[in-house]
Design a protein around this ligand. Structure first.
Ligand SMILES: [Zn+2]
Length: 241
């Protein structure tokens, strides 16, 4: 073999090993659900295409995925799936990627001078794991202490759902909700606890269908042991409603 060929072969083998390694490392990163940033990593050109054009493009890509898997798209049951999936991605389950869909937050004066914590617990959310694009879902529990303004209760649900409707990791979802509440309510005194089931853990991979994942954020006064305990006690209260 000529010198050059040997070199090329060696390089090729090295590259193959690197690719293999990367794939293993990337798989582990995904399966371990390591998040790398608090902000959702977005491309600069994220909103150049209209929603209609995004749906059209995704529809084409999804058709290819299905066909590559060997499915016959002429079948009545399958023929509409690429369009349905594309529309669902853009308009529903990932519409929290678009800042235009961020709920506007109206604040009210704290007329009753209520200065204790307000807790809204058991806010149902559905999100999708950004490593596998399968659902994780559960309950978010939120608390804040008013700094003079209060927020409509349903806005808390809307904030949770806006950030849930992205490819997500639970840690980032928790941080993004907390950050939004701190900004909106102009206070550090917010707490967020999220408990979720991840289908990428239960329906595939390790196939554990009994574990749930809990993440939390405690800001300002919620770092004081007494307030944290009070908040957590409310979460454990049995609901009669
Ligand atoms: Zn996952």
């Amino acid at each position: 073999m000529k010198q050059q060929e040997i070199m090329l072969n060696t390089l090729h083998n090295q590259e193959m090993r690197m690719n293999e390694l990367n794939e293993i490392e990337l798989d582990e990163l995904g399966n371990d659900h390591v998040s790398s940033a608090t902000e959702t990593p977005m491309r600069e050109c994220a909103f150049i295409l209209s929603e209609e054009l995004k749906i059209k493009k995704i529809e084409g890509y999804f058709r290819e995925i299905m066909e590559t898997l060997g499915l016959n798209l002429n079948d009545d049951s399958l023929s509409g799936t690429p369009h349905r999936v594309a529309k669902m991605y853009v308009k529903e389950i990932f519409n929290g990627l678009n800042p235009a869909n961020k709920p506007s937050v109206k604040l009210f004066d704290n007329k009753y001078q209520y200065n204790q914590m307000l807790v809204e617990r058991d806010i149902t959310f559905y999100s999708n794991c950004e490593h596998h694009f399968v659902p994780f879902f559960g309950k978010a529990h939120i608390a804040y202490i008013s700094s003079g303004k209060v927020i409509g209760l349903s806005k808390l649900n809307r904030i949770v759902n806006y950030y849930a409707k992205r490819p997500q990791v639970q840690e980032r979802l928790t941080m993004q909700i907390a950050k939004e509440l701190k900004n909106a309510l102009n206070t550090e005194d917010v707490a967020v606890v999220i408990e979720a089931r991840h289908l990428c853990v239960s329906s595939r991979g390790i196939k554990d269908d009994s574990s749930s994942t809990i993440t939390s954020f405690y800001g300002g006064k919620f770092n004081e042991e007494q307030l944290k305990t009070e908040f957590l006690n409310y979460l454990n209260l049995k609901s009669n409603y």
